[in-house]
Design a protein around this ligand. Structure first.
Ligand SMILES: [Zn+2]
Ligand SMILES: [Zn+2]
Length: 384
């Protein structure tokens, strides 16, 4: 039994990844939280989205799962002993389709309120991937070039990719119709809940604290290191529609932003237990963790920053060569290449910010000799 809970009861078994599982968690104060593992509606290595259902100023649901998974969410809610129409509020941790995809249907079917971070509503009219892709610093353009080049040379069968894009486009269109009932601001509370903005994996990411627990969405996950965003520069259209308080992209995107948000979770205090949106259960076992998991993720990125500098070594090198040096071949095939490259770009951007790397016009990377990134990581921990 994890010490954060008085009782953990499996109400319905799932598959080894946990798909369709229903679990009842009871805290030492007697708070009951049901969690439902909502399967993804496409083949996914991430595993199901864990949606959390509990009473607090009405019946709350944190995250709803993927767009095509509403029937399975509804089935899980019933299996936990609730009626979908009794849900008062769905709180989405961030605007990624495996979290808010089914929220629209839930709201339509039940009349529940939709709550999300204040910036979420302003991102809804846009495709989240476009915001990242249009940013297009020279380094990010170089990344696009490598991805396109790889696609051409490998004559990649694009059918899998285009069906992904079609589905994603459907999600983006559907989301434009969402009506946000309440935009959450930093530090706000509701009954026993307190909200914390934790941008970096996604600009609108929320952590939700309740009774010594923190629901972390994709901000802190067991087993997986969440994908950080790259720095972003809004295109004209986005910039034009964003309220002044959200105009500074650097507060919402990039690895530095992500690491600062991880530190804020660490600062919640050692005893606080993490309830993540993925991998609460996997390979037939539970992953109950504390906020120290956020320190591990910071450590992972610190290691990667050092490793990238080592790869650059004493003579200038390219983004592609660094990426191929850091990741195994298997992680560079097809769509994985974009994920790997963008992760390396996010790290290079931080190394540029700290003055440890220079990116020249020919897109080669050069070490400056400093290792200020170590101080940056150290300062994160010093904040407490
Ligand atoms: Zn996500
Ligand atoms: Zn996710």
């Amino acid at each position: 039994m994890p010490d954060a809970f008085k009782d953990v009861a499996v109400l319905r078994q799932g598959d080894p990844q946990g798909n369709r599982m229903i679990v009842r968690l009871t805290t030492h104060n007697g708070l009951v939280i049901h969690t439902i593992a909502v399967p993804q509606d496409w083949p996914s290595g991430t595993g199901p989205t864990w949606a959390y259902l509990f009473e607090n100023e009405g019946l709350n649901l944190i995250d709803a799962g993927a767009m095509g998974s509403y029937a399975m969410l509804a089935d899980g809610i019933q299996g936990a002993g609730f009626r979908t129409r009794d849900i008062d509020r769905v709180i989405v941790t961030h605007g990624h389709q495996d979290h808010d995809g089914a929220a629209g249907e839930l709201v339509e079917e039940t009349g529940a309120e939709l709550w999300a971070h204040d910036i979420y509503e302003h991102l809804l009219p846009h495709n989240p991937w476009d915001i990242q892709r249009k940013a297009a610093s020279a380094l990010q353009k170089e990344m696009e070039r490598i991805v396109n080049n790889d696609r051409e040379t490998n004559c990649e069968d694009s059918s899998g990719r285009s069906s992904y894009q079609e589905r994603h486009q459907g999600y983006v269109e559907k989301r434009r119709q969402y009506h946000v009932s309440h935009g959450i601001t930093e530090g706000e509370s509701l009954g026993g809940l307190t909200f914390m903005h934790a941008p970096g994996h996604s600009p609108d990411e929320l952590c939700v604290m309740l009774d010594g627990l923190v629901f972390t969405g994709d901000h802190v996950l067991p087993e997986i290191t969440p994908h950080p965003t790259m720095r972003a520069r809004y295109g004209k259209e986005v910039k034009g529609s964003m309220p002044a308080r959200f105009q500074d992209e650097d507060r919402f995107y990039g690895l530095a932003t992500y690491l600062k948000s991880l530190q804020r979770v660490v600062d919640l205090g050692e005893g606080v237990a993490v309830l993540p949106a993925h991998r609460l259960f996997n390979r037939n076992k539970f992953n109950f963790q504390k906020v120290s998991r956020a320190s591990e993720i910071i450590g992972h990125h610190a290691g990667r920053l050092s490793r990238i500098l080592q790869r650059v070594g004493s003579k200038p090198t390219t983004l592609e060569s660094v990426t191929r040096g850091v990741f195994s071949k298997r992680k560079l095939i097809g769509g994985n290449l974009y994920m790997a490259l963008s992760e390396i770009v996010a790290h290079i951007e931080l190394l540029e910010e700290t003055g440890d790397l220079e990116v020249d016009y020919g897109q080669s990377l050069r070490r400056t000799g400093s290792e200020n990134h170590k101080q940056f990581i150290h300062d994160l921990f010093k904040l407490h």
